[in-house]
Design a protein around this ligand. Structure first.
Ligand code: PMP
Length: 433
């Protein structure tokens, strides 16, 4: 794509300073200079409807978070080795949104750190080392977590102690009973293999909406069977709620709840501070005991005073603005709009999702490469029309739609109209190869 000269030179500067590994969104990257609510703003004031950023869960620059963080930074910001009320208030407030057996919390700075800590805890608790994840899962950036993040590809190989299972795709089975039987078989295969290899099974980590696997949200309940199977090996069930959590699914605060099971450990991050870095591990106290006894865990910035008040503001806003219900209601309308679109074009093979998280799988191209190219084309055309989404999944052919929970019906309409126009235009051009 041809860019304005100053944008091109900024990209060149960036490549020189940061390296080309720092990826940018869109063929025509946007220089963003401000954000508010559901909008990002370009330097010329162009308004972009943000249907992708799941960090700004309660809307960009929410005044409650801005005010709480600013005030705290100007008053006191230090670590958890001092007695401070904000951390305790947050811990109580957050735990009130979990079912009773989950009664402890440790604060970290990122989702990766939360998963790293969760799997360490699981290893200490079980005495085993094996880890089970889904085939294209992403759980984070540290070397220990990258070793169980298959979506990173062959450049970041899985650890010898890691086995994968398929994400539960209802389209691959005649009915729910067959799907659940396959899921159970898959877990047994992975767990038996880890046992034979001498690792045993310490944990199964599940992103409860399977974000990187292509978004698989149904049938709710499938994870309960999976959890039973995992626990029959004495392993710990870790729900990675970094993407699904804080009301995203519209059914509940946490993605696991709609599946009717309670994990042993829950990890969360991204939306927790609405942009301020704060993440956490929530668990049953007894699961953490062996780790606590053996290891002195201290995270300098994790749970700092400011992180605590940022998360407290987010939790409060989700409650006061009733954003879980809103994600359910507006999300249902978003789902309807996407399914209507799917009915009108053979470019879309499947619409999957729940609440404010949808995956739209494009499958009309002759090969998976064609579908990925069409998906990129749709994403770029929408960006030019002022609506921001992205694409992911193992083949890169799943449009990922994940707006702030403050989306309303007018935003859904604009998103659907822009997507419809983008699909029509690629149908005429890019598809013909
Ligand atoms: N788990 C999931 C499901 C994620 O999507 C991510 C981030 N994309 C992480 C963990 C890692 O979080 P962070 O980038 O904050 O380390």
């Amino acid at each position: 794509a041809s860019q304005p000269a100053d944008i091109a030179s900024m990209i060149e500067r960036r490549n020189g300073l940061l390296g080309p590994g720092y990826q940018l969104f869109y063929a025509d990257p946007i220089e963003v200079t401000a954000a508010r609510g559901v909008y990002l703003y370009g330097r010329d004031g162009t308004e972009y409807l943000d249907a992708y950023n799941n960090v700004a869960q309660i809307g960009h620059c929410h005044p409650r978070v801005v005010e709480a963080v600013s005030r705290q930074l100007a008053t006191l910001n230090t670590n958890t080795r001092y007695l401070q009320k904000p951390l305790l208030d947050l811990a109580e407030h957050l735990l009130a949104h979990f079912p009773a057996p989950l009664d402890r919390v440790t604060l970290t700075c990122t989702g990766s750190e939360a998963n790293d800590l969760a799997t360490r805890i699981a290893r200490h608790h079980t005495g085993a080392g094996g880890i089970i994840v889904t085939a294209n899962a992403y759980h984070g950036v540290t070397s220990s977590v990258a070793a169980y993040s298959p979506s990173l590809g062959p450049g970041a190989p899985l650890g010898p102690h890691v086995r994968t299972i398929a994400a539960p795709d209802p389209a691959a089975y005649p009915d729910e009973v067959a799907l659940i039987a396959a899921v159970r078989d898959d877990v047994r295969r992975a767990a038996d293999d880890l046992t034979r290899a001498g690792y045993g099974v310490s944990a199964c980590l599940l992103d409860t909406v399977f974000s990187s696997d292509g978004v698989f949200t149904h049938p709710p309940g499938v994870l309960r069977a999976l959890a039973d199977e995992v626990r029959s090996y004495g392993a710990v069930l870790i729900a990675d709620e970094v993407q699904a959590g804080f009301g995203r699914t519209g059914d509940d605060w946490w993605g696991f709840a709609r599946h009717g099971f309670v994990p042993d450990i829950v990890t969360m991050g991204k939306p927790m501070g609405n942009g301020y870095p704060v993440a956490a591990v929530v668990l049953r106290a007894e699961i953490g005991r062996a780790f606590e006894t053996a290891v002195r865990y201290f995270n300098t910035f994790g749970g700092s005073t400011t992180a605590a008040v940022a998360a407290q503001a987010v939790v409060t806003v989700i409650e006061e603005e009733d954003l879980v219900a809103r994600a359910r209601q507006v999300g249902a309308s978003l789902g309807d709009a996407l399914r209507d679109l799917a009915d009108g074009t053979d470019l879309i093979g499947a619409v999957r999702g729940v609440g404010m998280f949808y995956g739209v799988e494009l499958s009309a191209g002759g090969s998976s490469g064609d579908n990925a190219r069409i998906a990129r084309e749709v994403v770029n055309r929408m960006r030019r029309a002022g609506v921001l989404i992205s694409a992911s999944g193992p083949q890169g052919n799943v449009l990922k739609i994940r707006p702030p929970l403050t989306f309303d019906q007018t935003h859904v309409d604009r998103l659907a109209e822009t997507l419809a126009a983008a699909l029509r235009s690629v149908d005429r051009t890019a598809r013909k190869v």
